[in-house]
Write a protein that binds this ligand. Structure first.
Ligand code: NDP
Ligand code: 8X3
Length: 259
């Protein structure tokens, strides 16, 4: 049976679109209080207004670039008193840039992916988890990827960042042993969001091609599973999840129908 998380404080990074926004909608529907963080403030505000109108959700929006360690620390430490006791952290902010060969890719793409997906996730974890340990409650959900389990051509740095997320989830769970704080790593396969649009620098035709002929996961499909993980009883830790579309078996095996 699910445990209620009504009135619990959930911080979602990368809440301005895709999986993060879907998590926000589902968590609002079950009464959570939400801190929504991302770089783009307008979509965050629009989402906050939607959730306030639809569910009466208590929402705080935070314009934040997770690549900036001082800004992250300041944002968490500077939260209004009534928002400080974060119960659930969803480390979802992340991105891919390009699909270039390892020996040809622009260095800047690597910096962006490593700084966001690995270092950014670490900065937020480092800022939030000590409070969870001190309060004796908390749950961290790290959004990895199937790309962290299998490397594909042109994806080696993105894949490496997601393999790192998997290691960081494992390491955090080890370091938190003896505390009640839980850690969940979730590795989705193909999810149709803004992810491919960002990867291909706004080329929408190329982005659409990624999902052509198959039925990909939606942000809501991933949010469903995250909500399941965070609503288990306190003694249950869902540690590791691989979530694929039925039309996908591995990064290399995707069933596409002729359209
Ligand atoms: P989207 O592009 O739709 O969402 C990515 C989110 O990350 C946006 O809200 C974006 O907000 C935020 N973000 C990116 N960089 C930063 C930053 N420096 N600081 C703060 N926020 C940032 O893609 P998805 O929803 O698909 O991606 C969410 C997560 O899921 C990512 O970690 C991705 O790697 C992972 N994933 C995605 C899969 C897919 O197929 N789509 C599959 C497996 C995992 P903003 O631009 O406003 O900052
Ligand atoms: C996103 C899924 O396979 O496009 O992490 O890398 S994939």
């Amino acid at each position: 049976m699910p445990v209620s998380i009504a009135n619990q404080i959930v911080l979602i990074t990368g809440a301005s679109s895709g999986i993060g926004a879907a998590c926000a909608r589902q968590l609002a529907a079950i009464g959570a209080r939400l801190i929504l963080a991302a770089r783009r403030f307008e979509p965050l505000q629009a989402l906050a207004t939607e959730l306030q109108q639809q569910h009466g959700t208590d929402v705080l929006t935070v314009e934040l670039d997770v690549r900036q360690p001082e800004a992250v620390s300041k944002a968490i430490q500077g939260l209004p008193e009534e928002w400080r006791a974060i119960d659930i952290l969803i480390n979802n902010a992340g991105l891919s840039r390009g699909l270039d060969k390892q020996y040809e890719a622009p260095l800047d793409d690597w910096e962006t992916m490593i700084d966001t997906n690995v270092k950014g996730l670490l900065y937020v974890t480092r800022a939030v988890v000590p409070g969870m340990v001190a309060r004796g409650r908390g749950h961290v959900v790290n959004v990895g990827s199937i790309a962290g389990r299998q490397t594909y051509p042109g994806g080696s740095v993105y894949c490496a960042t997601k393999a790192a997320v998997r290691s960081l989830s494992e390491g955090l769970k080890l370091d938190l042993l003896g505390t009640p704080v839980r850690v969940t790593n979730i590795d989705p396969g193909l999810v149709e969001t803004e992810f491919s649009l960002v990867r291909f620098g706004g080329d929408s035709d190329r982005a659409k091609g990624v999902y052509q002929g198959l039925t990909p996961l939606t942000g809501d499909d991933v949010a469903d599973v995250i909500v399941f993980a965070v609503t288990r009883p306190a003694h249950v830790n869902i540690s590791d999840l691989l979530l694929l579309p039925t039309d996908q078996s591995s990064v290399f095996h995707v069933h596409r129908r002729a359209e």
